[in-house]
Design a protein around this ligand. Structure first.
Ligand code: ATP
Length: 239
């Protein structure tokens, strides 16, 4: 049996007196679609940021791609694509200029063709020469998704990827996520929407006050949702 893609052991993160994550132990196998669920402030973004190498744990261990984080640098980042609350886009550059910049950073070849097909995929080809600062929030989110998948990373991290997207863009994102999954990549996403989160995933983790309180298949989580101690779920968790 190969090692998991991600091995998290007894990981905690503290901001001053606030424990954003407490003693999280979790393995993620390659090719898994994992949804992180939980109420506001439960630690979902903190966990995504640590996995994305944007933040460090206060204690515990984290292995990704078989190695301890402390022994790896940019090579790990090249294997990760992130959509987070920060778009990482440059507002004074056009859509195509943003993607060209990141393509160079990630060493992506066949740049023009790759970038045009990505912009087509996220429905922004006609706006490719417009400055990002003129884009709506949803359009910026679409471009952030294109930026995250541009270098075909092994691991995709999406923090509330549906936020700001209209119905058409939600369908488009679901199509992209399905393609990524069929290519064998690993996807971890956070959402407040239990129903779409559980519909999407192979495994789900429920965080409450920084603790991992439930972990398992969508069917397992739907059964657990009947427990009185299960966190309040916005909307129905059942299909
Ligand atoms: N940079 C920071 N400085 C201080 N506290 C922080 C910081 N980032 C997060 N926290 C705290 O850590 C806890 C977890 O926050 P986090 O953003 O990870 O939760 P979340 O589950 O993503 O919430 P939401 O669903 O509202 O996005 C919260 O109590 C939050 O206030």
């Amino acid at each position: 049996m190969p090692n998991p893609l991600i091995e998290i052991q007894h990981l905690s993160k503290r901001y001053g007196s606030i424990w954003a994550l407490r003693d999280i132990t979790l393995n993620v196998e390659a090719g898994t679609r994992l949804t992180l669920l939980g109420p506001n402030g439960s630690g979902k973004t903190t966990l995504i940021r640590i996995l994305a190498r944007l933040s460090s744990p206060s204690s515990g261990s984290l292995k990704m791609f078989g190695s301890d984080l402390h022994t790896q640098g940019d090579e790990v980042r090249k294997q990760i694509g992130v959509v987070s609350h920060t778009s990482f886009l440059y507002p004074a550059l056009t859509a195509v200029e943003n993607l060209t910049f990141y393509a160079g950073m990630f060493g992506v070849s066949q740049t023009t063709e790759t970038i045009e097909s990505l912009l087509y995929e996220v429905g922004l080809l006609e706006r490719q020469h417009d400055l990002v600062r003129t884009f709506s929030r949803g359009m910026q989110q679409r471009l952030a998704i294109a930026r995250a998948i541009l270098h075909q990373p092994t691991l995709l991290l999406f923090d509330e990827p549906y936020s700001g997207l209209d119905g058409a863009a939600v369908n488009l994102l679901q199509h992209i996520l399905t393609n990524i999954h069929h290519e064998g990549r690993t996807i971890i996403l956070t959402t407040h929407n239990y129903r779409s989160g559980l519909d999407f995933c192979d495994q789900a983790a429920v965080l409450v006050s920084g603790r991992l309180v439930y972990y398992g298949s969508p069917a397992h989580i739907r059964i657990a949702a009947k427990n009185p101690d299960f966190p309040e779920t916005p909307g129905d968790v059942h299909p």
